[in-house]
Design a protein around this ligand. Structure first.
Ligand code: NAD
Length: 291
């Protein structure tokens, strides 16, 4: 069993971006600038946004963190997004999800200009991605591709089973893995909450992407020997032994499943850091596009 180590790969991506950003500065070019919007005080969202801002500093990007109270109106949020859209210095805009219930996620996503949509959630970005046109790929699936490529995982002709069909992970990674280029050319099966015989389908998989959000769902008897497993799940589970009071669990029962795998991502330290590295890549590209 080999680890697909998100810490190592994300560091390699960030080192490259740092060198490229320094080169831009030396050439008198614009430095990438990410604007992040955080609403309320959700612990997990706070952690994610803090990591994104920290990563910007690590690679030499500018970042602006804009905070709103939980009761911010949709109108005020849209107004701020419109301002950021028009601000030349801002290259990428991200709004940390989930949003409070009174704000329409779709409306927020569609307000961000596609050229600043570094999370890759805008329908135009998704449409371009589906058609194989240059686009900002959603950060988590893009991070998964970067990781597979780093470890030179063979994907051509492989049967990839994706568990989950959300707009941010399952659906886009299933499309990306079926693309006619590396890492892709897989035969993809998308499974979801209405799938029958999930175990039988998983047993046929050469590659499994688990993105359903149920801790330790995938067990050893559901996978074949030599499978490559990408565990996207991040669930906080109460854990009295931890200072924080919780531990992070993936969707795969790592202890049971790992011995059967050729490659597997750990949780934490797998897909999570890759998501941030991919976001940095998108922000860099958004800045470069203005040259
Ligand atoms: P979601 O709740 O939007 O979607 C879950 C999907 O799983 C749904 O499509 C549903 O049909 C499917 N599903 C639910 N129960 C199932 C079952 N028993 N069998 C088969 N399919 C089932 O979740 P999401 O936003 O895609 O996130 C999934 C997980 O990935 C969560 O734990 C989330 O925290 C994590 N996540 C991690 C990162 C990262 O950077 N590592 C990024 C995004 C999401």
């Amino acid at each position: 069993m080999n680890l697909l180590d998100g810490k190592i790969v994300s560091q390699a991506v960030k080192d490259r971006l740092k060198a490229q950003t320094e080169e831009r500065m030396l050439n008198g070019k614009k430095v990438p600038h990410l604007a992040a919007i955080l609403i309320g005080n959700n612990g997990a969202s706070e952690t994610y946004v803090a990591s994104k801002v920290k990563s910007c500093a690590e690679v030499g990007f500018k970042s602006t963190l804009i905070r709103f109270d939980e009761d911010v109106t949709e109108q005020n949020l849209i107004f701020k997004l419109t301002e950021l859209n028009e601000d030349f210095d801002i290259d990428g805009i991200l709004v940390q999800l989930p949003l409070p219930k009174h704000i329409s996620e779709q409306k927020v996503i569609e307000t961000i200009y596609p050229e600043k949509d570094v999370d890759g959630f805008h329908p135009e970005s998704v449409g371009r991605m589906v058609q194989g046109l240059p686009a900002y790929y959603p950060a988590t699936p893009y991070g998964i591709l970067l990781m597979l490529a780093h470890y030179k995982i063979e994907t051509k002709g492989k049967h990839a089973v994706v568990i989950g069909r959300s707009n941010i992970v399952g659906r886009p990674i299933s499309i990306m893995l079926s693309k006619n280029e590396y890492p892709g050319n897989c035969t993809v099966t998308v499974c979801h909450s209405h799938t029958h015989n999930l175990k039988e389908i998983c047993l046929q998989a050469d590659i499994i992407v688990a993105a359903l959000g149920i801790p330790e769902f995938l067990k050893a008897d559901m996978v074949k020997e030599g499978v490559v497993i990408v565990d996207v799940g991040i669930t906080r589970v109460i854990d009295e032994t931890k200072k924080s009071g919780f531990s992070i669990k993936g969707d795969v029962d790592f202890k049971e499943v790992a011995p059967k795998c050729s490659f597997i991502t750990p949780v934490p330290g797998g897909v999570g850091p890759m998501t941030i590295a991919a976001l940095m890549m998108n922000t860099f590209k958004a800045c470069e596009a203005k040259d």
